[in-house]
Design a protein around this ligand. Structure first.
Ligand code: SF4
Ligand code: SF4
Length: 453
């Protein structure tokens, strides 16, 4: 293992990028941006930041990986730092991740260009704008990328996948925290394409009679179904009883919600005062957007919605009426993108002086969302106990174009075989068989049935 990494070190960035591309690595934290493209910057990188914030309540994947695989993670980070000629590699995590902190601290002594950065325990913290500012003290321009502050941001599990990619091992598995109203919360490693219902079984099944299932964290996740497959970006599966207040938020009818928001908003501007992007100095004022929409104004503030990270703090925490500026922003963003709207530049004031006092402690958010009971239960990492006999691999596992199938119905594949690829230069990621077996379908997704994995 170390030999493969040594071979990668001291070579050029192209070698590292090609290995990462061949392994089909995408951002595993939810964004799904193909990692090879992230590193093809064409500009100097000063800091490689590893995002260990894992700020969504209840998720435990990155904490578990930092605790169990500190040597592997830091070896991969050192390789990227060296190959990209960056000055620093920084693992950013919260103080409360004690076990991860101790494990990394011990190992990082071996790497003079790597260091740890302790983040405040606030939500959100994993947003690249907020994280880059916390680590480097530089702000990314509104609507911009970390590279404009000399940084590249990589999620912890993505870094683990890079470690494997440097050894020639493609992405076939995903770590997922299964928690909420389940009997045995756990963080499990499963083949990509595993149905959600299998993950529920691994966690002892739901403990509520009627429930909804969320893919992702409780703040930014989306409702999913038992038959939906795990993708390369699935970070959490959360079961919420239907009578839980948070479940009600995710069952609201969007159109009715929008009408309600527009008629009830009292312009108190709490949504703006707590908005983390606004506090960082971005020209985003959700209360003004709501006002413009309410009065049917083709207002100049509407494009501000493009700066919204959809963190949900405005609707889940700030608004006294539980209105959802986030939903309004989401809809405006979709319309502007459909029209091909391209902003010409945003300006931005830099962080507001009162920003620190307005940040929302995670503990308080958990209380507000009624998640204390679930948050207190551990979701211990369990590896190597999974038998999956059928997977559905979506051809598009993240940002960019869908991959083009290389297999047909009836073909036999081994775990790790390349089954779909993106054409050279096109933004996207290659796809590999996550279990061995027979290809049963190839249409929008590749279905493989096998004898277990
Ligand atoms: S917090 Fe709610 S009521 Fe206040 S301005 Fe924002 S949307 Fe309107
Ligand atoms: S979801 Fe709300 S709080 Fe979060 S960035 Fe968007 S407007 Fe701001």
């Amino acid at each position: 293992m170390k030999a493969a990494l040594k071979e990668a070190r001291g070579t050029d960035l192209d070698f590292v990028i090609n290995r990462i591309a061949a392994a089909g690595v995408v951002g595993a934290g939810g964004g799904g941006f193909p990692t090879a493209f992230k590193l093809k910057t064409g500009r100097p990188i000063r800091t490689v930041i590893i995002n260990g914030a894992e700020c969504e309540p209840l998720l435990r994947v990155d904490q578990a990986l930092m605790t169990r695989y500190p040597a592997e993670l830091l070896a991969a980070l050192a390789t990227i730092v060296e190959a990209s000629s960056a000055e620093w590699g920084v693992v950013a995590l919260k103080e409360k991740y004690r076990e991860a902190h101790i494990a990394l601290e011990e190992e990082i002594k071996n790497y003079p260009r790597l260091k740890l950065h302790i983040l405040p325990d606030v939500y959100p913290m994993g947003d690249e704008h907020l994280l880059t500012y916390s680590v480097t003290g530089q702000t990314i321009p509104p609507g911009g990328l970390p590279l404009q502050a000399g940084a590249v941001v990589i999620n912890v599990e993505t870094l683990y996948n890079i470690h494997e990619a440097l050894k020639g091992i493609p992405v076939t598995h995903k770590y997922v925290t299964v928690t909420g109203a389940v009997r045995r919360p756990a963080t499990v490693k499963v083949p990509v394409g595993t149905p959600v219902e299998n993950l529920l079984e691994l966690a002892g099944g739901p403990s509520a009679d009627r429930y909804l299932i969320m893919d992702g964290g409780p703040c930014m996740g989306k409702v999913t179904s038992p038959s939906a497959p795990v993708s390369k970006t699935t970070k959490g599966i959360i079961v919420l009883p239907l009578d839980h207040p948070l479940a009600a938020v995710y069952q609201r009818d969007l159109n009715r919600d929008l009408k309600f928001a527009l008629s009830v908003c009292c312009q108190c501007r709490q949504c703006t005062d707590f908005c983390p992007r606004h506090l960082l100095g971005h020209p985003l004022e959700p209360h003004r957007i709501i006002r413009a929409v309410t009065y049917g104004l083709a207002d100049v503030t509407l494009p501000q919605a493009l700066l919204c990270s959809e963190c949900g703090l405005c609707d889940l925490y700030a608004c006294p009426f539980n209105l959802s500026p986030r939903q309004v922003n989401r809809r405006i963003k979709a319309e502007l993108r459909q029209k091909g709207f391209r902003p010409t530049g945003w300006g931005g004031s830099g962080p507001l002086p009162w920003r620190e006092g307005r940040q929302v402690p995670t503990r308080r958010l958990i209380e507000r969302l009624g998640l204390q009971e679930y948050s207190a239960r551990p979701a211990t990492l369990r590896e190597g106990e999974v038998t999956v006999t059928r997977v559905r691999l979506a051809l598009k596992q993240g940002a960019g174009a869908a991959a083009r199938p290389l297999v047909g119905v009836g073909d036999r594949v081994q775990r790790g075989d390349l089954v779909a690829r993106t054409d050279g230069g096109t933004l996207g990621a290659d796809l590999h068989a996550s279990i061995g077996g027979i290809v049963r379908a190839v249409e929008g997704e590749i279905v493989i049935e096998g004898g277990g994995d």
